[in-house]
Write a protein that binds this ligand. Structure first.
Ligand code: DER
Length: 223
């Protein structure tokens, strides 16, 4: 649909920012996938880069388009490209693809973190659910802690598998509704302190550049 064109424009613009001889963090989701495909074309034309994937999905796509892969053990990315579910200023809610644990690791380790999105992602104030990756044995205490914070946690059910989604890391996912989130930094601190909640989807103060595609151009915001 329309937003696919916008996602493609944003992803392709992000791929243009990648310099020869660098390490690139490869985000997860359909918008980041446009950047990965565009990078594959640049690699075919001679660009020398190594990609650090954030999921099976991004690793498999990178291999498919010929991007050599490496890991954080080898190098920290010079630039990471990743999508978002909601954007307020330079803060994000991520985790729609249940990849936010490794995404936050790679995105925050990168020298520069570039977000790619279509206009539907930009909101005045966060009001979406916050995904959390949860240790399977921690379901009950984490749910109680989230309810104690005023949240309504829901275990993410798989679609083509019976039972819950299991992440690339072998954990479960809660989507937790908090209504409108006026102070994302405070909520992020609260969520980060829950034992067994391995990673939450609030990316506060991490993004350096936001690229929002539209039907005919890309709007760029730099911190
Ligand atoms: O899981 C994530 O955080 C992804 O980046 C994501 O939710 C954005 O997905 P999309 O680019 O397919 O909308």
């Amino acid at each position: 649909g329309g937003s696919e064109e916008a996602k493609r424009r944003a992803g392709e613009r992000a791929a243009e920012l990648v310099k020869d001889g660098t390490v690139v963090g490869l985000g997860t989701g359909s918008t980041a996938a446009h950047a990965i495909r565009a990078l594959g074309q640049r690699v075919e034309a001679g660009l020398d880069i190594r990609g650090v994937p954030t999921s099976y999905q991004s690793a498999d796509l990178a291999r498919e388009v010929g991007i050599p892969l490496t890991t954080l053990d080898d190098a920290l990315p010079d630039l990471a490209i990743d999508g978002a579910d909601q954007i307020v200023g330079f803060d994000l809610i991520k985790g729609g693809g249940a990849a936010h644990a490794r995404e936050k690791l790679v995105d925050s380790a990168a020298e520069r973190f570039v977000v790619v999105a279509d206009p539907s992602k930009e909101v005045e104030e966060f009001d979406g659910p916050v995904p959390l990756e949860v240790l399977p044995s921690a379901r009950r205490p984490v749910a109680e802690a989230l309810e104690g914070l005023g949240g309504t946690p829901e275990l993410r059910a798989a679609e083509r598998k019976d039972g819950p989604v299991v992440t690339d890391n072998g954990n479960l996912v809660f989507d937790c509704e908090f209504g409108r989130i006026a102070e994302p930094a405070d909520l992020a601190d609260d969520l980060a302190s829950i034992p067994g909640a391995l990673e939450h989807g609030l990316f506060v103060g991490l993004a350096d550049t936001i690229l929002v595609g539209t039907h005919d151009r890309v709007e760029e915001r730099r911190r």
